[in-house]
Structure formats: structure tokens, C-alpha cells
Ligand binder design. Structure first.
Ligand SMILES: [Fe+2]
Length: 161
């Protein structure tokens, strides 16, 4: 499977710089981080959920959205702008640099914008992306369980999708 856009993103200078900054900013964070491992876990879980739900998803779009969905954390740490909003803006810029077609860009940005809230009115794919983001967290073996503000119902106390 050729993930053309995905691979353009991981080679993009601004993207690489932001991933590095995020890594530095989170080096002492005790809670779940927002690193490449998380991004790829979100993509893979989303694809499993698509398969289970009979949704014909474009892998390149899912991987691209997953790579970019938390990149706005850098802005959130700096200036308090919610990271879903910051990620959507930064993703737009990076995707433009990759030469991504406008319709694909719109789809990726809508997945990023919808990844933090479970409100109704979402597309099936947006719901799956939201779920994959939450399911990617390893609550059952987390050392910061007692300090985490996630309510019990949200926690992944067992492995499952
Ligand atoms: Fe995330």
C-alpha cells in the first residue's frame, strides 16, 4: 500500500520541527504523550474500526489525519489555543506545502477538528477517528492512573477496540 501523502508529511520540515518541539515540551509529562507512536496507533486503530464497521476508508487520509491531529499541542502549550483548532490550522499549511488536493485537505481537517468531542452530527469516519484517539491510550498499565483526570468510563482498563 502506497501512502503518498502520509510520507510527504513525515518528510515535511515544519512537521518534523513541530514533532521535535512537542517531544521536548512533553519530556517530563507523566500523562499520555503525543508522539509518533500515538499518531500511528490512532491510524491503525481507526483502520481496524473502519474494517469492522464496513467503512471503505482511504488509508492515506486516515494516516495523514492521525499524524497531524495533535500537532497543535505545541501552540496549546505556548498560548492556550485549544489544540484541535491549532492542529487544523497547522495541518492546512503543511498539507498545502505537500501539494495535497483541496478536497482531501478538507476531509483531513474535518477529522482533526472533530477528534476531541463526541457530539452528534459527525460522519461515521469522524466518530471512528474520535474513538481511535481514545482507544489508543494504555490506561490499564499507566503509571499515572491516580493523577489522571479521565473519568472511569472513558478509561481503557482492558484491551479492546
Ligand atoms: Fe490524540
Amino acid at each position: 500500500m502506497k501512502l503518498e501523502l502520509t510520507n510527504k508529511i513525515i518528510k515535511n520540515q515544519r512537521y518534523r520541527q513541530l514533532v521535535k518541539e512537542l517531544e521536548d515540551m512533553e519530556k517530563d509529562r507523566i500523562f499520555c504523550g503525543h508522539d509518533m507512536e500515538h499518531f500511528l496507533n490512532v491510524a491503525r486503530i481507526a483502520l481496524i474500526l473502519c474494517q469492522e464497521n464496513g467503512i471503505d476508508a482511504d488509508c492515506d487520509i486516515i494516516y495523514s489525519a492521525a499524524l497531524l491531529h495533535d500537532i497543535g499541542r505545541v501552540e496549546e502549550y505556548r498560548s492556550g489555543i485549544p489544540h484541535d483548532k491549532a492542529s487544523a490550522v497547522i495541518a492546512g499549511d503543511i498539507l498545502s506545502e505537500t501539494g495535497c488536493p483541496e478536497d482531501v485537505k478538507r476531509e483531513i481537517i474535518s477529522l482533526i477538528s472533530a477528534h476531541r468531542t463526541a457530539e452528534s452530527g459527525k460522519t461515521e469516519l469522524e466518530k471512528i477517528f474520535f474513538r481511535a484517539d481514545k482507544k489508543s491510550r494504555l490506561c490499564f498499565c499507566c503509571k499515572a492512573q491516580n493523577e489522571c483526570n479521565w473519568p472511569e468510563y472513558k478509561r481503557n482498563n482492558e484491551i479492546g477496540v
